[in-house]
Design a protein around this ligand. Sequence first.
Ligand SMILES: [Zn+2]
Length: 334
Amino acid sequence: MNGVGRRAGWRGCVLWLLLVGCGAGEGAAEPWMLSSPGSSDDGGTPGGGASTDGVADASDDAVLETGDGPVSDDDGDDSGGTDDGGVSDQWCVYMVTSAGDSDRLDVHTQPDATTMVVDTLETGESVWGGPTVVDGFRDLDHDMDLPRWAEAARLQNTGECVSIDDIPPAEVALPQGFQLPFDCGQPWRLDTWGHAPALDMVREPDQVGTNGATLRAPAAGVVNQSYYHDNAGNMVQIDHGDGWFTTFIHMQSRSVEVGDVLAQGDPIGAVGATGPTSNGHPHLHFELGMDADGDGQTTWGFEGAERVNPWFDGVEYGQSNAETWRDVVSNNCP
Ligand SMILES: [Zn+2]
């Protein structure tokens, strides 16, 4: 796929008893946390954390939606002979042409050369472009997530055109390319409680539907751990390559085995309340791991483990304890 789809990436157990009065007091802290120095569970004061709205996606959609009549471009030019004029959902592969004085083509957030540059393409590079041209800039945002516009005159249609629904997903560098491990469109609540950067997740609103919710791979990868852990219950870890791992615990069930190859969105099991440290409260405990020591896996579940701030849909979470993000919608979409 010759660079098509390339794009720049810019894109914390559990004190549920405090919410529901379940379980016994300090039993809320995960034993492995208690065994770690300085990890006394300081209590994720429910509702006490500043609710930083982690949902940063809504604002981006406006661009394509404005689609005020896609400006049918002229493709009657010499390039490939395709005529996508008038076909509103046709997207084509464009080749970046030289401008004489520059081999680089900036990609902006708006159809305006003065707006932020989010990527730079080089002459000869291929990129998906849409039918919409505004003020001389072509819409390159086929994911409808991040607005991307580039000077249309520098983009030559190669004649390879498809419906937008048939465009292969863009390759986004990890960890920015991870998606929430839930069904497309589902809103979830993310909390760090006392164990940032690990996150505990329950479904919105009011946690209804958390237990048994389908868990999906946040990115493509290979299952490298899948077993029942005495404290954590059913757990799965996925190796996503380049040192990135995701870890899921307290699962109700596991539907994958070590060695299974997963595409983003493939089901791996269901959310549950297994393992004593779940306190019997259904939720997903999630960790993003970075293999710092290069042993081909990441440690998890305790302070000091090889875990880092999780990213979902280009947004970073898990920065500190007692933080809450409400109604974070899964963009783990087919
Ligand atoms: Zn947890």
